[in-house]
Design a protein around this ligand. Structure first.
Ligand code: NI
Length: 208
């Protein structure tokens, strides 16, 4: 079972890396000549994005349909995360400031993979530290699992520590979704800030 799980994770990682690179090449972020940046259409990455129904940090029901009509930047995580999540959300906050008016053309979304601790109230408190346009989403475990499946994301709750706390291993990329709700590209925390900014600008340019 363990071998199978590792294989599944490895396959998933390979597929997503391939898909993301494909998206970047097609989108013109990677590729010869800067003129490719002005290509009007970035083909979507097949199979990522699908139906879900969650509750926002403000108490609203939000489904995949609500995100359509505008590109979105979707990130999975949990409020007790010591490093990756707060860093990613701070980075998103900075990138949105940098984008200026274009930031309003993207819906940034943070989906909790720790529904046990991340109630709407906990999420509401947590989101106050970041750009107010970032939409925090949580739900029951079943609802969260459906969203995770829709994005072909991954999470796994770790063993409890002596103090009773636990960590959650999770997908750490930011999915850049087009206005039809399909994956167009992704942001990786190891990329230079300028590269991430360029991808967000491209996402907006391709979907105005
Ligand atoms: Ni995290």
């Amino acid at each position: 079972m363990r071998g199978l799980r590792i294989l599944r994770v490895a396959l998933w990682a390979a597929a997503l890396t391939g898909a993301a690179v494909f998206g970047l090449v097609q989108g013109g972020v990677i590729g010869p000549g800067s003129e490719r940046r002005s290509l009007p259409v970035a083909p979507a990455v097949a199979g990522i994005g699908g139906p879900f129904r969650l509750t926002s940090h403000t108490g609203r029901t939000v489904t995949d349909k609500d995100l359509k009509g505008k590109p979105s930047a979707v990130f999975f995580g949990f409020t007790h995360c010591p490093d990756v999540c707060p860093t990613t959300l701070s980075d998103l906050t900075d990138l949105m400031r940098e984008l200026g008016p274009d930031a309003d053309k993207i819906t940034p979304v943070f989906i909790s993979v720790d529904p046990e601790r991340d109630t709407q109230r906990v999420l509401a408190d947590y989101m106050q530290a970041f750009d107010p346009r970032i939409l925090g989403l949580t739900g029951t475990t079943a609802e969260v699992d459906l969203a995770v499946q829709a994005y072909k994301a991954y999470y796994r709750k770790g063993a409890a520590s002596s103090s009773g706390g636990y960590t959650v291993d999770h997908t750490a990329i930011v999915y850049l979704m087009n206005k039809e709700g399909q994956m167009a590209s992704s942001l990786d925390s190891h990329e230079p800030r300028e590269a991430r900014l360029a991808k967000l600008r491209l996402l907006v340019a391709n979907h105005r």
